[in-house]
Design a protein. Structure first.
Length: 118
């Protein structure tokens, strides 16, 4: 007699339920991480923009607002960004939190600190 191999129906159901939970978490968390990456890219792009090297803080904030509209950034407003100069170089940064409701009373809280300086 040959030994049977494979997965049982109950094992398949448990694995499917775990996979479903992981996919659900991914669908809720990945957009938050993508928005953070868009903010980080926007800050670095603003710091490297030659038109903003001698710009005032208000001009930098307007540049961020226009980038935020294009990249659909809603987690950070222009009032939340910090604009400083480090050795003549523009440094744009922000600190913000995002709370992602997962299910019922369980949420994931992310703290982000994007900056144009690495």
């Amino acid at each position: 007699m040959k030994k049977q191999r494979g997965i049982s129906l109950s094992g398949l159901l448990i694995a499917s339920a775990l996979l479903f939970v992981l996919v659900l978490l991914g669908l809720k968390i990945v957009p938050v991480l993508l928005e953070y990456n868009a903010i980080q890219r926007g800050f670095k792009g603003m710091a490297q923009d030659p038109a903003l090297r001698g710009a005032t803080k208000e001009q930098v904030r307007r540049a961020f607002v226009s980038r935020a509209m294009v990249d659909d950034i809603k987690a950070v407003s222009s009032d939340q960004i910090e604009i400083t100069r480090d050795g003549g170089e523009l440094v744009v940064s922000a600190d913000y939190d995002v709370k992602v409701p997962l299910f019922r009373n369980v949420s994931a809280c992310f703290e982000f600190h994007p900056s144009s300086k690495e």
